[in-house]
Write a protein that binds this ligand. Structure first.
Ligand code: SAM
Length: 230
């Protein structure tokens, strides 16, 4: 039998779940995603940024880090386009620690991007080809302590930037999630040291109370690859 404290927590949890569910069902992006058959409302974050900045184009080679459940990928393959046989033009290679249901035209790798073996698998799939666009919607596990979470996010972004120095075309673009909080300025400085342009993005579909923002980085600066060995 539950004691009073356990009953209180169970009731509070139930109330929280109900209010989350109510908000979720009222959310216009959730309804839109159901209508357009996207796996999650997150698709509209990428769609809004891409519509404003034309990042994704037909026939590109795209890598997505943290691809599951796959709504960005669904949007991205639609932008890559299809040939007359219905085959996706270009290629999207994605990696995630969580499994993902198949999306035609997407090569999926299961693994932690920050682990050497998984990164190597991704590099093997690329086989030396340079990438047009790198998308990253990854976030670290959150501790709830702003300074710790900021540092973890900065570390993850650092790995994304390192990957982009290795694999991105000089004219390519990176769209990466980061947090507007502790370490934000540090992340911005890191991106600016490597790219010609860096623009902060907070799409309408990204919840207002969330610290999540995206950095859209375009055009590797000459000498960016040399940062590799610093
Ligand atoms: C917000 S979700 C991505 C949602 C995706 N953009 C979509 O629209 O469906 C973030 C994903 O990043 C993945 N992730 C976080 N850190 C990762 C890492 N180090 N390696 C691989 N995947 C990671 C998580 O497992 C999670 O599925």
């Amino acid at each position: 039998m539950r004691n009073r404290q356990e009953t209180f927590y169970a009731m509070a949890k139930n109330k929280f779940n109900k209010s989350w569910m109510n908000r979720h069902l009222r959310d216009p992006y959730v309804r839109q995603a159901q209508k357009e058959k996207y796996r999650s409302r997150a698709a509209y974050k990428l769609k809004e940024i891409d519509s404003a900045h034309q990042i994704l184009k037909s026939g590109q080679l795209v890598v997505e880090l943290g691809i599951s459940p796959g709504s960005w990928a669904q949007y991205a393959v639609r932008k890559l386009g299809y040939d007359t046989q219905g085959k996706v033009k270009g290629e999207l290679i994605g990696i995630d620690m969580l499994p993902m249901e198949n999306i035609p035209g997407v090569v999926f790798l299961l693994g932690d991007f920050t682990e050497e073996a998984s990164l190597q698998q991704l590099l093997d799939k690329l086989g030396g080809r340079k990438v047009d666009v790198i998308l990253s919607d990854m976030a670290p596990n959150l501790s709830g302590i702003a300074a710790v979470d900021g540092a973890r996010m900065a570390h993850l972004l650092d790995r994304v930037l390192e990957f982009s120095r290795q694999c991105l075309k000089d004219s390519g673009a990176v769209l990466a999630k980061c947090f507007d909080g502790a370490a934000y300025n540090e992340m911005l400085v890191q991106c600016r040291a490597q790219f010609r342009s860096v623009a902060r993005q907070k799409p309408d579909a990204s919840r207002e109370h969330s610290a999540e923002v995206y950095l859209l980085c375009k055009g590797l600066l000459p000498g960016a690859q040399a940062l590799e060995n610093e």
